[in-house]
Write a protein that binds this ligand. Structure first.
Ligand code: IPT
Length: 990
């Protein structure tokens, strides 16, 4: 290629021309071209230019395709910003002197047997502007970073010889201003590149409409490279191996409306499938459809294969119906993300994402905030997910300016229409989304108009349109799809009588760090309130990039296996915003998913699984246990179950469970599986529900849910008999052989992301809760008759310690009464919080133990981490977890590892020595290797140095988690009030 003449593609400066959405690019379509294609993935010659019009030099390195150069060995690193653009230039401009531009080049051997065929180059996705040259000749331009671009190379390449393909990718452009999504900025080619050939007579598009009734309509477009179509071509279709046009089983099957213009062939295949197995997310029944285009002599010129599903989507009144049912949308927002490649995801990765979501009760995905990899939709069809397919439009930083800017009109319509053209045949796609966070303007209406005409079978949603008035009926959105709306507003709207359309939150329950508080409250309200149908949790991934700590580089594709259980290997860490030295960044806001960067589920996932339980225990009554079916389309035949009775005294009884035959929505009483033992104290009955057979997303025996009911409440705890003595020093601190730090008052927790970004931790710091100064007021040994109400002999060993904990704006008075009892001591505590401390993190006790007590066993909620407003997924029972596994390694260290509703626990060494604690009532307890200040001081998990002993918190009250990093705080009922708090616990040596 000669660089002497100005290259027309570069000369156009298309990176600053929003009107130019493409040049020379073929129309998007839904024809399947996977078979027979020539993959061009692998190492390409590569060089990174400082700006797009810089001359291409002679020095090449190499880069892997598909892959972003920002994750490979270049000096252009990933950068994370949320709302703001990473540079100040106003749309449509980009930084004039710093616009990394990757030039990828390779030779392609064009198969000799492609002679006479139409040859097409497909670039799966490139961000943000793609310029294509072949043998130095300009071929085309494409924008729209998350959809494929195809170019016709027929006549430009010679079958049997090699062609040089050059792909130039400009990182910053006018398009970046509408790709301002909350994710890492990268540059490069993110999906596969391939070359394929067709007959000159070819299928230009296939549009499938398959209805719940069994009616099938397949509309095909036919073209010929020569322009004019040859006479006599025709189409056939085959459904699950049966020819549509010939099969007797279909009562109406034929080719209809065949219209042959000279240049554009249109034909429609029709059929009605009797007793069709309908598609829905619970039973995703698919049929194989093959469409064949024949030449006049009957030979096949072109073929397209589709997996189709028969289903209807409609809005009736304020309900979104799938096959006539008002389904709940248990959704999550999903990005194409991978910690080693940044943006390139394999089929196996996507399958693993969806399998995990399925196992945790999700049934819907919003492809935030752009069309995801095409294979994701195949998997959603197959595994059963409702998909909100979202166009690649987010102009967040300049939303208002762009929404009505006619220069961007093309881009809006182009991006939305191309998505629809690509994904229209997927039964999983039930809603089109016009994009995210781009204000609302005429450009949106133009795009919506195109969709309504082209695909009237699916509703449209766009948060920016509906947010002005959820009840409006004249905007671009068929659904009110707010983000982070307070629950009470949603309920009030549904009850207002004004509701005109379904209310499904496009984002809610922000999963940043230790979060997703009040999720169960949300779902209780959604399920109880007609008009509310669910929403999409923000988001699936923590986008931590695996980074080598020594040189700060992304580990890249070589980093496979350098992580486990959510934690990066020594010498590596999960990078978030700022970790690549970015001057402008938004920190850990990129780590806000329900899974860690290696897809390890966070505890919030278990909460979700239980909230989505298909089988529920409604109540325990004289008639037995009342079970209900909380699905929409199926019974319980895919499930197996076993009853587990957990008694406080340590016993666990099990019995096989027979699930009743229940249709969706039905309830039935089943008898108690065993007589309730008369002794044993508190008793909980759990139905452990698993898959009864191997499913595509779960082997037989996979746990599905664990609904639970209380059969018998705890008896009043007997007051232990006073005996022996306790040792307390002059400072009023307990001296105990197993404790290295005496029990003290704790009001502080390492702020969660919600605490920090919600401004709550700032308040705590201003009150001085992170650095309370303890002053002992008095230490009294022995008891007075009047005080104890017991004979002196029993009170003599008792020690009462009064201390003050001073913050900057208030003082907490704290009293501990240590009463020796058989085998240990009882500790009664009381703390009086002044009015100033009206919403603290916790009120409780903290102490530290000697090393070696490495196993925690408890009776209470578990085994997962749980908090007062996130405890639905943790059934009460006997749990046993090594201390090192109790902690949750959130990317930015924060309060974690808590267990809710703990009644008693033991901490023991392998030789069974250790300590036991019995609590006066179910309390929040945590046992970790870290003090709150250790966690507060660290910015990344790898900076933490575990202590050898245990840091134990017993909380009289612990603040809920909420979601205030982006959304509502926890409810007032989960906050810690000022005033007097009392709690007590009994400590014994094992
Ligand atoms: C909203 C965005 O749509 C989403 O991309 C993500 O940024 C999320 O919030 C927070 O993580 S935008 C926010 C400013 C409400």
């Amino acid at each position: 290629m000669t660089d002497a003449l100005p290259d027309p593609l570069t000369a156009l400066r298309p990176w600053e021309a929003p009107e130019v959405t493409s040049w020379g690019r073929l129309p998007m379509n839904a024809v399947d071209r996977r078979s027979g294609a020539l993959p061009l993935d692998g190492d390409w010659r590569f060089q990174l230019l400082p700006v797009p019009d810089a001359p291409v030099g002679g020095a090449w390195s190499s880069a892997y395709v598909p892959g972003v150069w920002t994750m490979q060995d270049t000096d252009d690193r990933p950068q994370y910003t949320n709302v703001r653009m990473p540079y100040p230039e106003f749309p449509p401009l980009s930084p004039a002197h710093r616009n990394p531009t990757g030039v990828y080049e390779r030779e392609v051997e064009v198969p000799a047997d492609w002679a006479g065929r139409r040859i097409v180059l497909r670039i799966g996705a490139a961000e943000s502007v793609l310029l294509v040259h072949v043998d130095g000749r300009p071929v085309g331009i494409s924008k729209d970073s998350h959809l494929a671009a195809e170019f016709d190379l027929t006549g430009l390449v010679r079958p049997g010889s090699a062609a040089t393909v050059r792909l130039t990718i400009v990182k910053w452009s006018d398009a970046s201003h509408i790709e301002d999504q909350d994710q890492w900025w990268h540059g490069g080619i993110t999906r596969s590149v391939l070359l394929y050939a067709t007959d000159p007579l070819y299928l230009a598009d296939v549009t499938v409409r398959a209805r719940y009734s069994g009616e099938l309509r397949v509309d095909c477009l036919v073209r010929d490279t020569g322009g004019a179509l040859p006479a006599g071509w025709y189409l056939t279709g085959e459904l699950d191996g049966q020819l549509l046009a010939q099969d007797r089983e279909f009562d109406r099957a034929n080719v209809e409306d065949e219209r042959v213009s000279d240049f554009l062939g249109e034909a429609r295949l029709l059929a009605t499938v009797p007793e069709v197995r309908a598609w829905n997310a619970e039973t995703p029944e698919l049929y194989d459809l093959t469409v064949r285009l024949h030449r006049a002599d009957g030979t096949v010129a072109d073929t397209s294969r589709h997996r189709i599903g028969f289903r209807d989507v409609e809005i009736v009144g304020r309900d979104l119906l799938v096959n006539g049912e008002r389904v709940f949308i248990r959704g999550v927002n999903r990005h194409d993300f991978h910690p080693l490649t940044g943006r390139t995801v394999s089929y196996d990765d996507m399958r693993a994402d969806l399998v995990l979501l399925k196992r945790f009760g999700f049934n819907a995905i919003r492809t935030a905030h752009y069309p995801n990899d095409p294979a994701l939709y195949d998997l959603a069809d197959e595994l059963g997910f409702y998909v909100v397919d979202e166009a690649d439009i987010e102009s967040h930083d300049h939303a208002h300016e762009i929404a009505d800017d006619p220069r961007y009109l093309n881009a809006f319509v182009d991006r939305v229409s191309r998505m629809v053209l690509r994904d229209k045949n997927h039964p999983s796609v039930i809603i089109w989304s016009l994009g995210n966070e781009s204000d609302y303007g005429a450009n949106h209406d133009a795009a919506a108009g195109w969709v309504r005409r082209h695909d009237p079978t699916r509703p449209i949603q766009y948060e920016g349109a509906a947010k002005l008035d959820w009840a409006a009926t004249d905007d671009a959105s068929d659904i009110a799809c707010p983000m982070y709306a307070p629950l009470e507003d949603c309920v009030a709207h549904a009850l207002s009588g004004r509701q005109t359309r379904p209310l499904i939150q496009c984002e809610y329950s922000h999963a940043m760090g230790n979060s997703n508080g009040t999720l169960a409250d949300h779902w209780a309200a959604i399920e109880a309130t007609p008009g509310l149908q669910g929403g999409f949790i923000w988001e699936f991934w923590d986008h931590g990039i695996l980074q080598r700590v020594s040189d700060g580089r992304p580990a890249g594709r070589g980093g496979a296996g350098l992580y486990d259980n959510g934690v990066a290997a020594p010498g590596y860490r999960w990078a978030y915003g700022g970790d690549f030295g970015e001057a402008i960044h938004d920190g850990a806001f990129i780590a806000d998913g329900v899974v860690f960067p290696d897809r390890t589920p966070k505890p919030a996932m278990y909460e979700h699984r239980e909230i989505a339980a298909p089988v529920r225990i409604e109540r325990y009554k004289h008639e037995g246990i009342v079970l209900s079916n909380h699905q929409h389309f199926r019974g319980f035949d895919w499930l197996a179950a076993v009853w587990v009775l957990s008694l406080e005294d340590g016993r666990t009884l099990t019995a096989p469970a027979e699930l009743p035959e229940l249709c969706p929505g039905e309830t039935a009483a089943v008898p108690l599986p065993f007589p309730l033992p008369e002794d044993g104290g508190e008793a909980w009955l759990t139905l452990r529900v698993t898959t009864a057979q191997d499913l595509p997303w779960a082997p037989r025996g996979t746990e599905v849910c664990t609904p639970q009911v209380l059969l018998r409440a705890a008896d009043a705890r007997p007051v232990p008999v006073a005996a022996g003595s306790v040792e307390v020093d002059d400072e009023g601190l307990l001296v105990h052989p197993l404790l290295t730090a005496a029990p003290a008052l704790s009001l502080w927790r390492a702020p969660t992301d919600n605490d920090e970004l919600g401004g709550i931790a700032g308040r705590w710091r201003s009150w001085g809760l992170d650095s309370l100064v303890r002053k002992v007021v008095s230490v009294r040994r022995g008891a007075e008759r009047s005080e104890m109400g017991v004979p002196p002999a029993e009170g003599w060993g008792k020690v009462t310690v009064t201390a003050e904990y001073a913050g900057t704006t208030g003082v907490v008075r704290h009293r501990q009464v240590f009463t020796p009892v058989e085998g240990g001591m009882r500790v009664d505590e009381e703390a009086e919080l002044p009015e100033e401390f009206h919403d603290v993190a916790r009120v409780g006790t903290v102490f530290e133990t000697v090393a070696g007590l490495d196993l925690l066993e408890w009776f209470g909620q578990g085994p997962w981490e749980s908090y007062p407003d996130r405890s639905a997924g943790a059934p009460v029972g006997h749990h046993c977890v090594p201390v090192d596994e109790l902690f949750t390694p959130y990317l930015r260290p924060q309060e974690s590892g808590g267990r809710h509703g703990v009644r008693r626990f033991t901490l023991s060494a392998p030789d069974a020595t250790g300590l036991s604690v019995v609590l006066d009532e179910p309390r929040q307890v945590s046992v970790t290797r870290y003090r709150a200040e250790d966690l507060t001081a660290a910015a990344h998990h790898d900076e933490l140095v575990p202590r050898t002993g245990c840091v134990v918190h017993i909380d009289a009250a612990h603040r809920g988690l909420g979601t205030a990093s982006c959304g509502p705080d926890t409810f007032p009922s989960y906050r810690v009030a000022p005033g007097i708090h009392r709690w007590s616990w009994t400590l014994r040596v094992l």
